[in-house]
Design a protein around this ligand. Structure first.
Ligand code: FAD
Length: 321
């Protein structure tokens, strides 16, 4: 029986990414007798690695290399395959994030082991492991019986509680060397987008804009509402198609999965592909002029009416609060 679970750690702009802490919680569920190893890759990441030392993992493995300074599939995969050879683990666990989605199918093929992606819960029944994940755009839940002890898994963000620091802990950091050939592609430049994406995944309040906002003016109204209540703007595909905002702000099946305390959906119909990314919100308020819009089926509070009348009234009310 193999006895190691590797977590592929992510950190953003020198900040621990919450998905890594959620991966630690998911790994604890799978742990049994296994050791949990957090793998951090990059360049000049000693400080980032030390930030994780108080979390509940057996050890941190740090791999530093100039080709790992930014995520790119090819060098990252080479490094992970080298680590896999050195450690011979049972499970590699990562977030169902841009990085996890990109690298896990490649690793699955190279290692010739199964990949279970976008898992949102796990259960043991008579010592058998079952993984649950949404399929067909979230219309169905699939329950998979895992019959192998060696596999890859990506977990859906915000489905596990983030692991908490343990003040009396300080786990070991080990540096491992990997040999990575010059990648066939390399990053030439990074260009800042017009609408810079804020960290939607960790936002506590999100104001969602849909096709009902109609134009730039509508988008400005949503942005103002978000500002007044200390929230962040997220959008539906409908709003992206209007050309008033960036696709990186999209929530849903092909966008981000979020779990804010409050989600205010404005002019969003509630298509399943959108809902799959937002229904983990603690409270949902929907504003829509169509009383039969499906968004009202998942909303805790609904306001039927024209958002161009309702939102200015809300801004006035909350701005004075
Ligand atoms: P619409 O469905 O057009 O709804 C607009 C709503 O605004 C309507 O309910 C209308 O009553 C209301 N409205 C209009 N004017 C006003 C007003 N003045 N005041 C109040 N209400 C008003 N969509 C996503 O969002 N995220 C995804 O990740 C995603 N992935 C997809 C993946 C696939 C494979 C496919 C096929 C589709 C995907 N979609 C996704 C698209 C999805 O199916 C819907 O088309 C999209 O979510 C609709 O966006 P919407 O609700 O803004 O627009």
């Amino acid at each position: 029986m193999k006895d190691k679970i590797i977590i592929l750690g992510e950190y953003q702009q020198d900040k621990i990414s919450s998905i890594t802490l959620e991966c630690i919680s998911a790994a604890k569920q799978l742990q049994g007798e296994a050791e949990i190893i957090l793998l951090l890759m990059g360049e000049g990441i000693k400080k980032d690695a030390s930030e994780f030392q108080q979390y509940d993992v057996g050890q941190i493995i740090m791999v530093e290399h100039p080709f790992l300074s930014r995520f790119s599939n090819e060098p990252y995969a080479k490094a992970i395959l080298s680590i896999w050879d050195q450690l011979d683990p049972a499970i590699l666990l990562c977030g169902h994030t841009d990085i996890g989605r990109s690298i896990s199918p490649y690793l699955s093929e190279k290692l010739d082991i199964p990949l279970y992606s976008n898992v949102e819960s796990m259960e043991f029944n008579e010592k058998k492991l079952y993984l649950n994940r949404p399929v067909y755009s979230g219309k169905l839940m699939e329950k998979i019986e895992v019959n192998t002890s060696v596999f890859l898994v990506t977990i859906k963000p915000k489905k596990w509680k983030a692991s908490q620091k343990k003040p009396d802990r300080k786990c070991m950091i080990r540096s491992l060397e990997v040999k990575i050939d010059q990648p066939i592609s390399s990053l030439i430049a990074l260009e800042q987008k017009k609408h810079q994406t804020v960290n939607l995944v960790d936002a506590k309040i999100i104001v969602g804009a849909g096709r009902g906002i109609q134009n730039e003016e509508g988008f400005a109204l949503i942005t103002k509402l978000a500002k007044v209540i200390g929230g962040t703007v997220g959008v539906s595909r409908g709003a992206v198609e209007l050309g008033v905002c960036d696709a990186s702000m999209q929530l849903g099946q092909t966008g981000k999965t979020v779990a804010p305390d409050l989600y205010i959906a404005c002019g969003i119909s509630g298509a399943i592909q959108h809902l799959v990314g937002v229904t983990s919100a603690k409270t949902i308020i929907a504003i829509n002029k169509d009383p039969n819009a499906p968004i009202f089926e998942v909303a805790d509070y609904g306001i039927v009416g024209d958002l161009f009348e309702i939102i200015p009234a809300l801004i006035k009310e909350w701005d004075n609060a």
